[in-house]
Design a protein around this ligand. Structure first.
Ligand code: MET
Length: 382
C-alpha cells in the first residue's frame, strides 16, 4: 500500500512534467487499485490534449461478409461457408445500406468483416466503390490490417499494393481492429492463424507512409495480463513515434458470449475504467482515446470521459460483431442521446468526421471544417 502510494506519486510527478511513462510505470499503474488517482492522472493528460471536448460522429457499420477462414477464439461473428448464418453482401445490399446512411447524414461508413477465401480483392474494392457511387462525400474507413494482409496473401501482391488499390477505390482510412493482443503468449493462443503482430504493425506503417490515418485497438479482459496490455501499448507508442499516423486508440472490452472463451467472465467496471485511463497515460503520442460505447455500455462510456477518453464513437447502427458476442447495448444511439451523455459528463459535445474535423450541419447537409485543435493542442503543434 505504502509502496503503491510512493509509486503513484512518482508517476504523478512525471505526468505533471509531461514526461513519458516507462514500461514499469505501466505495470505499477496496472498493479494499483487507486482508480481515482489513476483516473485523475489520465484526466489531466486528456484535458491537456483535448480540453473539455467530447467527440462523437454520425456513422454506420457494414460487415460485408461473416464467412471467415480464421477461427479466433473470441469471435462470435464468424461463419463457415456452409453454415445457415453465413452471408455475403452484394451490390444491392451495400448500395441500400449506403443510401440509408447518406440520408441519415452519416459522415462515415466503418467496414470490417470476415476473411472469405472465395472472394477476390476486386470484391472488397467494389464494396468501397459501391458506397462512393451513392455518396462520394462519405468517408470509408475500411478493412483491418488483418484483412489487408489476407487480401495480399490471396491476391499474391504486397500489402502496399493492396492498400493502393483500396485507396484507388475510395478508401479514406484504416480502422484499428485485428490488433487484439500483440504479445505472442496471448496472440498465439487466441488468434494464432491471422496476421502476426509484426504484420499488423507493418500494414499500419505502410498505410501511414501512403498518407492514410488509422486507429488501433486492444481486446482486453480475457486471458491477457498486465504485461501483455502494457507491451501492447508500448509497441503502438513506438510505431506512433516513427510515423505519427495513428489518430485514436480504442480499448475493446472482451465479450465472451457465443465464443470459444464463453467461460471467461466479462471485464469489470473497474477494469474498463482502469484500462481506459492507463491507455491515456501510456499512449502519450496518440491524440485521441475512444470509449466505444457499444462494448462498454453507454453508462461506462460516459464515465470514461473523465478517465482519459475524449471520444465516444458514433451513432453506429447495424453493429453485428459485438452484439453476436453478447453486447446488451442498443443497435443505435441517437445524436440527442450521445450529446446529452457528453454534456452531463461536463464535456462539450463536438460532432467530428473521421479525421477529427468539426462537422457543421445546415438543413439536411453537412460540411467539414478545419481539424479541431484545442488551445493546448495548437501550442503543442506550433
Ligand atoms: N476479421 C477482422 C480481423 O480480425 C475484423 C475484426 S473486426 C474488429 O481483423
Amino acid at each position: 500500500m505504502a509502496d503503491d502510494v510512493a509509486r503513484l506519486k512518482v508517476i504523478r510527478e512525471k505526468v505533471e512534467a509531461g514526461e513519458r511513462l516507462s514500461f514499469d510505470d505501466g505495470l505499477a499503474l496496472e498493479a494499483s487499485r487507486d482508480i481515482l488517482e489513476i483516473g485523475a492522472l489520465a484526466n489531466l493528460v486528456r484535458e491537456r490534449k483535448n480540453g473539455d471536448l467530447g467527440f462523437y460522429n454520425v456513422n454506420t457499420h457494414i460487415n460485408p461478409t461473416n464467412v471467415c477462414v480464421y477461427t479466433c477464439d473470441f469471435c462470435a461473428f464468424r461463419a463457415d461457408l456452409d453454415e445457415p448464418k453465413a452471408y455475403v453482401m452484394y451490390r444491392d445490399q451495400v448500395v441500400e445500406r449506403a443510401r440509408q446512411a447518406s440520408e441519415r447524414g452519416a459522415t462515415e461508413i466503418h467496414i470490417v468483416g470476415g476473411l472469405h477465401h472465395k472472394l477476390k480483392l476486386d470484391y472488397y474494392c467494389d464494396v468501397i466503390r459501391w458506397i462512393k457511387e451513392v455518396d462520394p462525400e462519405i468517408h470509408v474507413k475500411a478493412y483491418t490490417a488483418v484483412e489487408v494482409e489476407f487480401f495480399a496473401k490471396i491476391t499474391r501482391v504486397s500489402t502496399e499494393e493492396v492498400l493502393k488499390r483500396l485507396i484507388d477505390a475510395g478508401l479514406g482510412s484504416l480502422p484499428g481492429g485485428g490488433a487484439e493482443i500483440f504479445h505472442p503468449e496471448v496472440r498465439e493462443k487466441i488468434c494464432g492463424a491471422k496476421a502476426t503482430t509484426e504484420q499488423w504493425l507493418d500494414v499500419h506503417r505502410t498505410a501511414h507512409r501512403l498518407g492514410l490515418h488509422s486507429n488501433a485497438t486492444m481486446l482486453y479482459g480475457h486471458i491477457d495480463g498486465p504485461v501483455h496490455r502494457i507491451d501492447h501499448m508500448v509497441r503502438l507508442r513506438e510505431l506512433q513515434d516513427e510515423t505519427g499516423g495513428f489518430q485514436t486508440f480504442i480499448p475493446l472490452a472482451f465479450h465472451p458470449d457465443n465464443s470459444e472463451m464463453a467461460d471467461i467472465p466479462r471485464p469489470s467496471g473497474m477494469m474498463d475504467l482502469k484500462t481506459m485511463a492507463i491507455s491515456r497515460l501510456m499512449l502519450d503520442n496518440f491524440p485521441h482515446i475512444k470509449a466505444y460505447w457499444v462494448m462498454l455500455g453507454l453508462k461506462t462510456a460516459q464515465v470514461a470521459l473523465s478517465f482519459g477518453a475524449d471520444d465516444i464513437d458514433g451513432t453506429v447502427v447495424h453493429e453485428k460483431i459485438y452484439h453476436e458476442a453478447g453486447a446488451e447495448t442498443p443497435q443505435e444511439a441517437t445524436v440527442a442521446e450521445i450529446r446529452r451523455l457528453i454534456e452531463e459528463a461536463g464535456r462539450v459535445p463536438i460532432e467530428r468526421d473521421t479525421l477529427y474535423r468539426e462537422i457543421r450541419r445546415e438543413g439536411g447537409r453537412w460540411s467539414a471544417g478545419a481539424k479541431i485543435q484545442t488551445p493546448s493542442l495548437a501550442i503543442l503543434n506550433s
